[in-house]
Ligand binder design. Sequence first.
Ligand code: MF3
Ligand code: CO
Length: 236
Amino acid sequence: MRRAGRVVAEMHEATREAAKPGVTTAELDAVARDVLARRDAKSNFLHYRGYPAVICTSPNDMIVHGIPGQYTLEEGDILSIDCGAIIEGYHGDAAFTMAVGEVSGEAARLIETTERSLWAGIEQLRNGNRLHEVGRAVQDVAESAGFSVVREYVGHAIGTAMHEEPQVPNYWPGQGGPMLRSGMVFAVEPMVNAGGPATRILEDGWSVVTTDGKLSAHFEHTIAVTDDGPEVLTLP
Ligand code: MF3
Ligand code: CO
């Protein structure tokens, strides 16, 4: 899973570098495909429930699951890029949100807050802790900044499948949840909205957007619980 995670990190570096005004999201998908081919990795996104690409690209008010296509990036956009890879049957999954050129102060604050909420959640992934402390920490960071947390989409355990049980909510669901043990691996993935938390799926059946049209950001890492604390696998 460390090896799969490093491939995902490389997909992040390559797509981040390529994402400039005038570039289409389909071109970013091609960049990510090149990384998978170079590292002899398989895609866990391609053909997942019929999904047609190896990454998700979600601009501005799109929360997650945007399909790469002819959308052309513009100065001032924010863009979420979600990438995954399989090495020898083991999965990695991670996402980030970036500014395309100069963005508004509010957009920059949303991106910064969402990444900080992910790291607050990661900090809770410790042997003997309860899983739902992750969501409690994420929610506290997001809501303290005046933003809201999406409820309909959540993180997940990950291993020989991309999505394993249990789910990892980004909010406090009312009880502590499963006890964490060393060796467990999770994808923690806060989706934070500048406005309200409500979501809607577009006619393509995939793209999830905010119902109020306000911005949304998404950060995700794959993290192992170890005796030495959380180990983030999707870093270079
Ligand atoms: N990375 C997403 C997740 O964490 C999966 C993308 S959906 C897919 O669940 F269809 F693109 F695979
Ligand atoms: Co995920």
